[in-house]
Design a protein around this ligand. Structure first.
Ligand code: 4GO
Length: 259
């Protein structure tokens, strides 16, 4: 799959190509990231990509013409490579919230064009003419769409086959079954800290069920932890899981014991 990223700051993407899961995804070509620096499509005399808002007000607006030219370059490149025309996504607080379901759909798709806004936002005529979907990471404002673009590509990259060290590990993630993840423990089995590092009130031993070797009990404990944490922190996800038929009779029995 390919991501074509329109940005004023292509250098922000470089560190992610150098480390971790994103590096493996980009190097394996499972995820092909192409950066399109918006200034390359600015009017040659001043290389301007922003201008003052009609109607007045603070800040600057991203100009429509450089964006349209960048899109034309991407479409020409896709056609020349025999690739499909991918949908165009804009990151904006006014978008629909990003979900793991959307990430999974994108991970099985030919990719997307990601438009990273800066300043106060982009000229509405570009949105009307080229944007297929607006996505938000949450109800807060950022100075640019680059971090949302990187977030989306990271979430998609780690779902590509062969990119995670353990192929099954994302089946355990928060949201992979619509519930939040259970707690995780590793060595030592009993934590012994010197007084100056003590964590008052924290249980030093790993939950005994995890040391029992009883796989069915462990699976049940993890499921119950997921249900309890999700009920406490994100009760609406319990309702959604129920509506989607993802809660068993045993799950419902356990949820009753929480009330
Ligand atoms: C996206 C973009 C927040 C989000 C953004 C978000 N802020 N919540 N800022 O996903 C226009 C210029 C929008 C900066 C951009």
């Amino acid at each position: 799959m390919r991501f074509d990223v329109i940005t004023l700051f292509p250098e922000l993407f470089e560190p992610f190509a150098r480390v971790g899961v994103t590096r493996r995804a980009f190097e394996s070509r499972a995820v092909d990231v192409r950066l399109w620096p918006l200034r390359d499509h600015a009017d040659d005399t001043y290389r301007r990509v922003d201008d003052r808002p009609f109607g007045g007000g603070p800040g600057m607006v991203m100009m429509v013409e450089p964006l349209v030219k960048a899109m034309a370059a991407i479409r020409a490149d896709q056609a020349a490579a025999g690739h499909e025309r991918t949908p165009v996504i804009l990151f904006s607080p006014a978008g629909r919230p990003l979900t793991q379901a959307r990430v999974e759909a994108l991970a099985h798709s030919p990719g997307a064009v990601l438009v990273c806004g800066r300043y106060e936002g982009i000229d509405q005529r570009f949105i009307d003419g080229h944007i297929d979907e607006e996505i938000s990471l949450g109800d807060y404002v950022l100075s640019g769409g680059e971090l949302p673009a990187l977030t989306l590509m990271d979430a998609v990259a780690r779902l590509q086959p062969g990119v995670l060290h353990d192929a099954a590990s994302h089946q355990q993630d928060s949201f992979s079954d619509g519930l939040l993840d259970c707690p995780h423990y590793s060595r030592p089995e009993v934590l012994a800290l010197p007084d100056e590092l003590a964590m008052p009130g924290v249980e030093c031993a790993v939950p005994p069920v995890l040391m029992s070797g009883h796989h069915a009990h462990i699976a049940r404990w993890r499921r119950e932890q997921q249900l309890a944490i999700t009920r406490a922190r994100r009760p609406e996800l319990i309702d959604q899981a129920r509506a989607a038929g993802r809660l068993s009779k045993q799950d419902e029995q356990f949820l009753k014991t929480l009330l």
